[in-house]
Ligand binder design. Structure first.
Ligand code: ADP
Ligand code: ZN
Length: 723
């Protein structure tokens, strides 16, 4: 037999299929070791057949087969084709998406543990071998026991001679590492409300492939997802459940474990290599049937999918920022089609793009207008910070927010303070000459971190000493400006000395359960106030939170990006949605320097429809997505001259394309990227706004033709981040 193999080298020059002879019974999807150019490397078997296209004497044999059960599910191959042609990546790079990276590099294997138990009670044991007799006696009571543990108690010599005599026997068994073993939810399926029942019925009985649940925060979307999954499991099918942030996975895992026990597996970039491998394998082998995770879990190795759920579908983290720059929703649609299953998108603030699909009837739209038990939405109070400044209040908190915080603390409830800036101060600036400390490898200003007393670059993580004097002019009048989360915590400590405060941002959470620990503490009411960045905005359900403070609601409005209004609306609605979810009524204080802004007005009134209609009409008349496609060709390299040269080449080619297709282009230009340098790489771009996707593949062609090892050229479609 012959195997068609894709070698695991993600390079366009070897992006083809190689043939090897193989043993009978080798299965498609297996990982193998094959000879290749004088080396032995890993490869993936994509087909097995009795024929070969090259002369038999030239065919080399497969050296080794990794697993009995092929690692790749059959669906991978059609997805691989789609991904590699859609996003212009080698097939091997597409296949890598389906495997945990540690497994590919052979760094982790399954682990085994040796157990012993009684075999023959009549085996002769000499009277002097007291330890042996004791061990035997112990095993009679214990039944089966770990070999290592038994040796620790009775000595290796005693245990080994019992084994030799056949008095006991040993057996090796695979051990499954269990991540988040402390995460264990309680809770049964709830009796669904009529609205929830209607939603499920609509999803299960409508022929459409994609469903969008637009449900206000606290409307019980999670319960709908869980019921949809349960229904599919009953039919013998499997499910994928995606959440936008890894910080949300343990919380969802708790809910899934409460209902589905070991049938839920978590794919999480924070897991140890071994844990991730074992969870992945539980899914592949069919032991687990539900995959939960962030973006990359859309590639979970499940067969026979019954439903794919994407919670908080509007979240920008669903677009990959590294090659291949795939859209999770797009991949999910392909998988849903292949499996003939449903794709369910859910959000309190659907993306304009998805809502338009629903509005025009391509998606099935389900609307949940009310919170569970008709609980009112929290009242949003606007604090005009311009007035606060006029009144002499230069602190980070308005008078209204301070008063509400005071009331909340006195009543024993909890508060969340939201601010999308890490660190203590955003910038340090010399008052004499205006110098602002910048990173040496990145074109960005540094943030002061009080805990480590250093300046940090938020793009590359570099740390710098705090200068005592200005490096430019020697002046010593250094100003710290712009409040970050650390500063907010210390200011709150000063204002409310008795309050227990937790902080959650990239600096406070590390390791796989860093997020979980902070959130768990807050949920257990071991703190009164939680201060955090957008990590705390999403999805969390804390019943005792009755106040949310949004310190700087305008910040995301300042981005020069067509999505900035949409993002601001989403952020305010999501953060506000954390307040007043249980018995007591919630409040939100929203601090802003532009209270008249219409986006804020819609958000305060919880008027998604108004926001959507307005946004759609603006984008339609100005030709912005989804009524056009923004396409950015990024050119980055460590050598500025070579990067500029590549930029010129890209631009010449796209200009040619524009001359040939003038009606497709709304705009095109070449320029520095807004951040001119990151991690020592100069950044340039050709930015285009196109009427449709018609020329997209040609632009990918241009990018791959101009990309070299020295200067990377790649395409971004409607990038989430235009910096
Ligand atoms: P969403 O995901 O829409 O923000 P959740 O699913 O978190 O909302 O539900 C909000 C709250 O309502 C949760 O505390 C949840 O346990 C509760 N809940 C949901 N469905 C029901 C139901 N059918 N009966 C009682 N409580 C429910
Ligand atoms: Zn840097």
């Amino acid at each position: 037999m012959y195997a068609e193999v894709i070698v695991d080298i993600a390079h366009s020059q070897v992006d083809k299929i190689f043939e090897y002879s193989c043993p009978d019974g080798l299965k498609t999807g297996s990982r193998v070791k094959v000879p290749f150019g004088g080396r032995v490397i890993e490869g993936f078997v994509i087909d097995v057949s009795p024929n070969c296209s090259i002369p038999p004497e030239k065919v080399k044999p497969v050296k080794e087969v990794f697993e009995e059960l092929p690692a790749l599910v059959p669906e991978c191959f059609s997805l691989m084709e789609r991904i590699s042609s859609r996003y212009r990546v080698p097939k091997a790079a597409a296949l890598r998406l389906f495997l945990p990276s540690e497994m590919r590099l052979g760094k982790v294997r399954e682990i085994y543990k040796k157990y012993v138990k009684i075999n023959n009670t009549d085996a002769p044991i000499s009277k002097t071998a007291r330890k042996q007799a004791e061990a035997l006696e112990f095993l009679k009571g214990a039944g089966e026991y770990g070999y290592t543990e038994l040796c620790q108690q009775f000595g290796r010599g005693a245990v080994n001679s019992l084994l030799q005599k056949g008095a006991i026997i040993s057996e090796e068994r695979r051990i499954i590492r269990n991540p988040f073993s402390e995460v264990d939810g309680s809770g049964e399926f709830k009796t669904l409300t009529p609205a929830q029942n209607a939603a499920i019925e609509s999803i299960e009985n409508t022929d459409k492939r994609v469903h969008l649940i637009h449900g206000v925060t606290g409307s019980g979307k999670t319960e709908i997802y869980l019921q949809l999954i349960a229904n599919q499991l009953k039919l013998g099918k499997t499910a994928i459940f995606l959440v936008p942030e890894i910080s949300l996975t343990p919380q969802m895992l708790a809910q899934l474990r409460a209902r589905f026990r070991g049938e839920a597996a978590i794919l999480h970039s924070g897991l140890s290599a071994g844990e991730r491998f074992d969870e992945w394998w539980r899914l592949r082998s069919g032991e687990a049937k539900i995959a939960i995770g962030a973006r990359s879990a859309v590639f979970a190795p499940l067969e026979n999918l019954g439903v794919i759920i994407i919670d908080e579908e509007h979240d920008l983290s669903y677009v990959s920022e590294t090659a291949p720059r795939y859209s999770t929703v797009e991949i999910a649609k392909i998988r849903a089609e292949y499996n003939g299953c449903k794709l369910v998108l859910g959000s309190a603030t659907p993306s304009v793009e998805s809502y338009l699909q629903a509005d025009t009837g391509r998606y099935n739209l389900i609307t949940l207008k009310d919170r569970i038990n008709k609980k009112p939405m929290p009242e949003i109070i606007i604090s005009d910070m311009r007035r606060e400044v006029k009144r002499g209040n230069n602190s980070a908190f308005s008078a209204a927010l301070r008063e509400e915080l005071d009331k909340t603390l006195k009543s024993g409830n909890q508060a969340i303070i939201f601010l999308n800036r890490r660190g203590y101060s955003q910038k340090i600036i010399c008052r004499d000459c205006g110098y602002a400390a910048k990173c040496e490898s990145c074109d960005v200003t540094l943030t002061y971190h009080s805990e480590e007393n250093c300046l940090k670059c938020h793009y590359c993580g570099a740390k710098y000493k705090v200068p005592a004097a200005c490096p430019e002019c020697g002046g010593v009048h250094i100003r710290y400006s712009g409040t970050g989360t650390q500063r907010v915590v210390s200011d709150l400590n000063a204002l409310f000395p008795a309050a227990r405060i937790l902080r959650m941002d990239n600096d406070t959470v590390s390791g796989k359960d860093g997020h979980y620990k902070v959130l768990h503490k807050f949920a257990q009411k071991e703190a009164d106030i939680l201060v955090g960045t957008q990590m705390i905005a999403k999805g969390h359900d804390f019943p005792s939170v009755t106040l949310v403070g949004i310190l700087d609601a305008d910040m995301s409005l300042q981005f020069a990006d067509y999505r900035s209004g949409e993002r601001t609306f989403q952020l305010i609605t999501q953060v506000a949605g954390r307040s007043g979810r249980a018995e007591e009524k919630g409040k939100v204080v929203l601090q802003t320097y532009s209270p008249e802004n219409y986006i804020l007005r819609y958000a305060v009134a919880y008027d998604y429809d108004g926001f959507f209609k307005n946004e759609v009409s603006v984008r339609k008349t100005t030709f912005f997505p989804p009524f056009s496609l923004i396409c950015r060709v990024m050119v980055t390299g460590g050598d500025n001259d070579r990067a500029v040269e590549a930029l010129r080449e890209v631009y010449e080619k796209t200009e040619k394309l524009r001359e040939d297709n003038p009606s497709e282009f709304i705009f095109s230009g070449r320029m520095h990227s807004p951040i001119k340098k990151i991690q020592g790489k100069y950044r340039y771009q050709v930015l285009m706004r196109l009427k449709s996707r018609a020329l997209l593949q040609k632009i990918y062609d241009i990018a791959s033709a101009c990309s070299t090892p020295a200067v990377l050229v790649y395409v971004e479609e409607n990038p989430a981040n235009l910096s």
